[in-house]
Design a protein around this ligand. Structure first.
Ligand code: GLC
Length: 727
């Protein structure tokens, strides 16, 4: 048997701490040499502002005393300038950095990240985050705690909404695109900001899907599944990274020297800033790895942390930092923070520009892009008898359900500076669209509020003489995001009752599902003729969804996560390993449940269109591929329908025999293609052999010779295959 090739992955980055002697380094050393230890520790501290963007008096005092590195939440030319003037009046005159969670938009809110990932269009994500950066920087926010690079495989974990789903390749593409969108080529530009990859690493593996919980994940699984999006983000130039709240293999990420030094600094050569999560240093006491906050500060510093947000443990550690090694750690952390501030241009332009802010916020071009993104993120889950799009003959359209006119829900969670009053609901969008050519019947069918749904008033009465009914149901926008773990993924019974009543009318109807996580919508899938998953579409969610419902936009979204039939199936992903006894329906003694199918309700990569596409098997250039070469092939896509449309060609591989148990299929490439009605498009693919490897338990990256199966399709289950041999 040909021996496997172990690929020593090259150091990914020339260490980003630039050669000594460059002008910035000289300026940094000059500043550092004049700082007291207290002032140095102050630079490692970020404090929060009010939710509305103002600063807190106790934090203004820290800025005036010259012991503050920056803030998060403080935003807008006014409040930031007031704090900045205080900082620049201090002895050292070091400007503050203003950070904020710009996760899916600043004031113009785009679809939630998981929804945006359903577009399988990284270029769209790059354009959306570029707009977010432009609006945020105009408000003098130059650092965002985004993109979320977490791989999430458990929809009980509400933060699944913040990332790009369950797959490393898809998540890597979106993470890198969002970093490029935020940072551009120069983060000192007036329309760019520094990105921060989070939450490093494996936080999506929180046990039980319960936020902040222990993440029992092997190093091999970290390397195979959870690290790739972070690596992709760092390769795209991300300037900072945030460790997760979780403990990895018993060691909190915030104070994990293996994670923050051996992997991040030594193996990957990262030279940027490592900033803690909210009070995560103080929470080392909760993890019971520190007796108190001062020691927590010292432990985190020694593990490789540079900055702390919200807490003051690093400051409180001052009395413990009495040896040269600790003091050097402080100096190196301050160097990285000062370099970040120089790279952001804060020493030259520390203030915002009110005119620029006014011009940028909610610019019509931004809203237009938000509408495009909302439409592209929609996934058509079911459409029997071509129930959708709504026929032009439908003049009386009833819209019922608790989400139909809920502005806040459209924004989802982590809404930045977004405001519900900016959002356009589906009811408003359909009314605008029909004008006086039709009638929208909308019952004020209650509204969602937080975690509970008031029983939607019976909108069905209003629907009785409608031509077409839209039922808008799902979860409230604040039911996913941080601290929103749930033990059940079922829809509330009142919503199912509403759908049942509409169903009983015997009229054409469609369900619009608003959610930030997979739901076990099994009854819905069996009962309803058409289901459109809209996620939370953002400020222009209503118009975007309406564009799809009326057929102006042919839906092309594909699921970035698996929808299980039952919460009991979790974790359930497309890329599971074969097990010792793969499922045989007729054989009891194989890997399955006695009370439910193994298959998901809707699979990763699933999404329908108003037309139909035929995708060919991979047409291989050669059947043998050298390990230092690439596998090249073409895929032919035919639009068999009468509508133009976009299809996402997905490419999966399977290593038929390998040293470790590898997934039954692994996404390795994808491309969106536009195919006119009745036409055919040929798509070229090239996958480097080095991307076909796997990680061993010994921490080696391995490219093995042998037979690989290549799979192509419009989702992860209906695929066509070809085989090749890696030499
Ligand atoms: C939160 C989140 C993190 C966020 C930070 C600052 O707890 O875990 O994602 O960036 O605090 O708001």
């Amino acid at each position: 048997m040909t021996r496997p090739l172990y690929l020593a992955l090259p150091l990914l980055f020339a260490t980003l701490s630039p050669a000594a002697g460059d002008e910035t380094s000289e300026r940094i050393e000059a500043i550092l040499s004049k700082l007291t230890l207290e002032e140095k520790l102050g630079q490692l501290r970020l404090v929060d502002g009010h939710a509305g963007g103002g600063w807190k008096p106790q934090h203004m005092a820290l800025a005036q005393a010259g012991v503050l590195g920056g803030t998060f939440n403080v935003r807008g030319t006014g409040p930031t300038s007031e704090m900045q003037r205080a900082a620049l009046a201090t002895r050292h005159k070091i400007p503050l950095v203003f950070a904020f969670d710009v996760i899916h938009g600043y004031r113009t809110i785009f679809p939630v990240p998981l929804g945006e990932a359903a577009s399988w269009d990284p270029d769209l994500a790059e354009r959306c985050t570029a707009v977010a950066a432009k609006e945020a920087r105009s408000a003098n926010v130059s650092w965002t705690f985004a993109p979320v690079a977490d791989i999430a495989r458990d929809p009980r974990w509400g933060r699944i909404v913040e990332g790009s789903g369950e797959d490393p390749v898809l998540s890597s593409a979106f993470t890198a695109a969002r970093v490029r969108g935020f940072q551009g080529k120069d983060i000192s530009a007036p329309d760019r900001m520094m990105a921060c990859l989070k939450h490093f690493a494996g936080s999506g593996e929180a046990e039980g899907g319960r936020d902040y919980n222990f993440a029992d994940v092997s190093v091999r699984a970290l390397r195979e599944t959870h690290f790739p999006p972070f690596l992709a983000g760092l390769k795209a130039g991300a300037g900072s990274i945030m460790p997760s709240f979780s403990a990895i293999d018993g060691v909190p990420a915030t104070s994990n020297p293996w994670l923050l030094q051996d992997v991040l600094r030594k193996e990957w050569g990262f030279g940027g800033v490592v900033v803690s999560d909210y009070d995560a240093v103080g929470q080392l006491v909760n993890h019971r790895v520190s007796p108190d906050w001062p020691e927590a500060g010292q432990i985190a510093l020694r593990a490789g942390l540079d900055m702390e947000i919200w807490g003051s443990c690093l400051m409180q550690a001052e009395g413990l930092l009495d040896d040269a090694a600790d003091l050097k750690l402080v100096d190196d952390a301050v160097r990285r923070v000062l370099r970040m501030k120089f790279q952001l241009g804060l020493f030259d332009k520390p203030f915002g520009d009110a005119a620029r802010e006014k011009e940028a916020i909610l610019h019509p071009d931004h809203l237009k892009l938000a509408r495009e993104a909302a439409a592209k993120s929609c996934v058509l889950l079911k459409n029997s008898d071509n129930t959708l799009p709504i026929p032009p003959t439908a003049k009386k359209i009833a819209i019922v359900g608790p989400m139909a006119d809920d502005k806040a829900t459209l924004l989802g969670s982590w809404t930045g500076d977004g405001r519900p009053e900016d959002a356009v609901t589906l009811v408003e969008a359909v009314r605008q669209r029909l004008g006086d050519t039709g009638t929208v019947i909308h019952s004020s069918a209650g509204s969602t509020s937080g975690f509970s749904f008031r029983k939607p008033s019976d909108g069905v009465e209003a629907a009785k003489d409608a031509d077409y009914v839209l039922v808008v149901i799902g979860e409230a926008g604040d039911m996913t995001g941080e601290a929103t773990s749930k033990s059940s993924l079922d829809l509330p019974q009142p919503q199912l009752d509403l759908v049942q009543k509409v169903h009983s009318l015997g009229k054409p109807y469609a369900v619009i599902l608003m959610t930030g996580r997979p739901l076990t919508a099994t009854w819905l899938a069996e009962t309803c003729p058409a289901i459109l998953l809209s996620w939370y579409g953002g400020t222009m969610g209503g118009p975007g969804i309406a564009d799809v419902l009326f057929g102006d936009v042919n839906p092309s979204g594909k699921l970035p996560v698996t929808f299980p039939r039952s919460v009991g199936q979790i974790p359930l992903t497309y890329n599971s390993t074969p097990t010792s006894r793969p499922l045989v329906e007729s054989d009891k003694w194989t890997s399955k449940y006695t009370d439910i199918k193994n298959s998901p309700l809707w699979a990763f990569g699933h999404g329908l269109s108003y037309t139909s596409f035929q995708i060919s098997p991979p047409l291989l250039e050669t059947r043998t591929v050298p390990r230092d070469g690439s596998v090249r092939f073409q895929v032919s896509v035919t639009n068999q329908g009468e509508r133009d449309g976009d299809e996402v060609v997905q490419v999966y591989i399977r290593d038929e025999v390998s040293l470790v148990t590898r997934p039954v299929k692994e996404l390795k490439a994808f491309k969106r293609v536009s195919v006119p009605a009745g036409k055919n498009v040929v798509v070229d693919f090239e996958i480097p052999a080095k991307d076909l490897g796997c990680w061993t338990p010994q921490g080696k990256y391995l490219i093995e010779p042998g037979t690989f199966t290549l799979m192509t399709g419009g989702n992860s289950t209906q695929v066509k295959t070809a085989s090749f041999s890696l030499e």
